[in-house]
Design a protein around this ligand. Structure first.
Ligand SMILES: [Zn+2]
Length: 258
């Protein structure tokens, strides 16, 4: 799978207008006055992001509790302000904040709850020792981060089946996302979730079917092995044969992997 940046036309004129009004209102980000703007943005982003979190690429739902709108440049001042000009990774949770971009749609992306919480107030502006621009910069060089509106994820981060992440060619942008969002432990979290889904399935065919939306992430060998592990009395060639029927259905478009 290749993950690209969010297409520029994702932010429609309607969304831009809603957010311009929201910014003008003077009401804080959490106010319910912005619900309509946020809902329109979430609808557009979930589609543009292929239903995935921009940082860990796991499938997310747009409902509250399943996904969150991340401020790529953090909105509020936070932490020790003496460290807010430091370029050291360890000091980057201390930030002067970028309140001017709280309602700037291209400073916003949809993430899973886990990534948003781990990123927190992390400030990924590359040269924090220089004054911040008063206009929003949409150039790769301004960030030490995979900015989802500017950079293609797959140019910086390689993901192998089963959620193993590597920074491509030692990309510092990719490395920051992997480290700050704690992506090295996602694989274990997701495997435990997959095994729970399989365990709770009524039978092995339903377990296989339940894993179809996650096929791109795990691949058949892992899925078949995990299903076999739980439905031990079913011959392994029967499980593999049923998987091949599903695979054929996917290829003919009768089933959907999503
Ligand atoms: Zn995530």
């Amino acid at each position: 799978m290749t993950y690209n940046k969010i297409p520029a036309d994702t932010i429609s004129n309607e969304i831009a207008d809603l957010f311009a009004l929201a910014a003008k209102s003077g009401k804080e980000w959490g106010s319910s006055a912005h619900d309509k703007a946020k809902a329109a943005l979430k609808d557009a982003l979930i589609e543009a992001q292929g239903g995935r979190c921009v940082y860990c690429q796991r499938l997310i739902k747009k409902e509250i509790g399943h996904s969150e709108i991340d401020h790529i440049l953090p909105k509020l001042q936070s932490g020790d302000q003496d460290k807010s000009n430091s370029n050291e990774r360890a000091n980057r949770r201390s930030t002067a904040g970028y309140p001017a971009f709280t309602f700037f749609p291209k400073n916003l992306a949809l993430t899973c709850k886990r990534c948003n919480q781990r990123k927190g107030t992390f400030d990924a502006r590359k040269r924090r020792d220089a004054p911040a621009s008063t206009t929003y910069i949409l150039e790769e060089d301004y960030y030490e981060w995979v900015h989802p509106h500017i950079q293609n994820y797959s140019d910086h981060i390689e993901m192998v089946e089963g959620f193993i992440f590597h920074a491509k060619e030692a990309s510092p942008n990719g490395d920051n996302v992997i480290t700050i969002c704690g992506l090295s432990t996602i694989g274990a979290v997701e495997r435990a979730a997959a095994e729970l889904r399989i365990k709770n399935a009524e039978n092995y065919a339903k377990a296989l079917a339940m894993m179809l939306p996650h096929l791109d992430d795990y691949g058949w060998p892992y899925i078949i092995e995990a299903v076999q592990e739980h439905f031990k009395d079913i011959p392994s060639d029967e499980i593999a044969f049923t998987a091949s029927i599903f695979e054929g259905g996917l290829k003919r478009g009768e089933l959907t992997g999503r």
